[in-house]
Design a protein around this ligand. Structure first.
Ligand SMILES: Cc1cc2nc3c(=O)[nH]c(=O)nc-3n(C[C@H](O)[C@H](O)[C@H](O)COP(=O)(O)O)c2cc1C
Length: 284
């Protein structure tokens, strides 16, 4: 079997230039360990995870795999409490689910709605994963520099050239170009989301031309042919191919039947082959 090694492999200390999509609330230790052991970068979607639970996940992962893994955090401002009447409408919409589960229907859902981000970052400094990625925003240049200073590589997702240049200026090691096809939330943070609806193929091409760090494609990659298309969309002198890997599904079967979220590097050091990645790869 032919394999491909790219600059991203060196940066992240992985065998294959593939990053498992870090899906908040849907990444188990089993999934992340399986992806890491397959030679790609497994990662926890830790956006909604409290710092102590993050530490537990990291130590459980290290008991399963000694390979590099990633942690993904949200960087969007924490929302305040919505007006009570708006909460009422939202609660009414899911009242049936509460009743179905035999749970009391709340009158309001008070904050906090997300874990404390500064404490999440402190947890990352404690267990020092191979990489941290940010979504829906940025980190300060100082935090990026401190993380890199302790050996943690830093990446972030973007949906436009402007966001890519912004993250590059903060000193990140790699950029994930997330096209409009991407499942879950798109990580737009410098624009009105509807104003930057560029598809993955075009976005990858633009971002690769605009920055000097490796670019990873995300959005609508369902199989080997799709990833090859992203690779081909990059300017010829800077493009890459990808192999594939598979891992146990972490989200509910109903969900993963429909999704195949993965990030694929598009900027090469040395071009190689692409092996088909059929739906068995759902969940990575
Ligand atoms: C259920 C789900 C949850 C996701 N959660 C996150 C997340 O927490 N952080 C993140 O950076 N991206 C998240 N994403 C986006 C993925 O990282 C990736 O960009 C996207 O799934 C790629 O598009 P695709 O689903 O078409 O392959 C999520 C995607 C899905 C499907």
């Amino acid at each position: 079997m032919r394999t491909l090694r790219t600059e991203l492999c060196e940066i992240l200390r992985i065998d294959h230039p593939i990053i498992q999509a870090p899906m908040a609330g849907a990444t188990t230790v089993e999934l992340v360990a399986s992806v890491c052991e397959a030679g790609a970068l497994g990662g926890f979607g830790h956006a909604y995870t409290e710092p102590d639970a993050m530490r537990k996940d990291a130590s459980a992962l290290r008991a399963r795999s000694q390979r590099s893994f990633a942690v993904n955090l949200f960087a969007a401002p924490t929302p305040g409490e919505p007006p009570i009447h708006e909460q009422g409408e939202a609660i009414a919409a899911v009242r049936g689910d509460f009743e179905h589960l035999g749970l009391p229907v709340p009158e309001r859902i008070p904050p906090p709605y997300a874990p404390d981000r500064a404490q999440q970052v402190e947890a990352v400094f404690d267990f020092r994963p191979g990489a941290v990625t940010v979504h829906l925003g940025d980190m300060t240049a100082d935090t990026v520099s401190r993380l890199r200073g302790v050996g943690v590589r830093v990446g972030g997702s973007v949906t436009s050239v402007r966001e890519a240049r912004h993250l590059e200026a903060l000193g990140v090691d790699f950029i994930v170009a997330q096209g409009t096809e991407a499942g879950g939330h798109r990580g737009t943070f410098l624009h009105v989301p509807e104003h930057v609806m560029t598809g993955t193929l075009a976005l990858v091409r633009q971002v690769v031309r605009a920055v000097n760090v490796p670019v990873v494609a995300a959005g609508g990659i369902m199989d080997g042919a799709g990833s090859l298309r992203r690779w081909r969309s990059a300017p010829r002198r800077r493009r890459s191919a990808r192999p594939s890997c598979s891992a146990p599904k972490a989200a509910s079967p109903r969900y993963t039947e429909r999704r195949s979220p993965a990030w694929t590097e598009t900027r090469p050091r040395s071009p190689g082959c692409s092996r088909a990645s059929p739906r068995a790869a759902s969940g990575i």
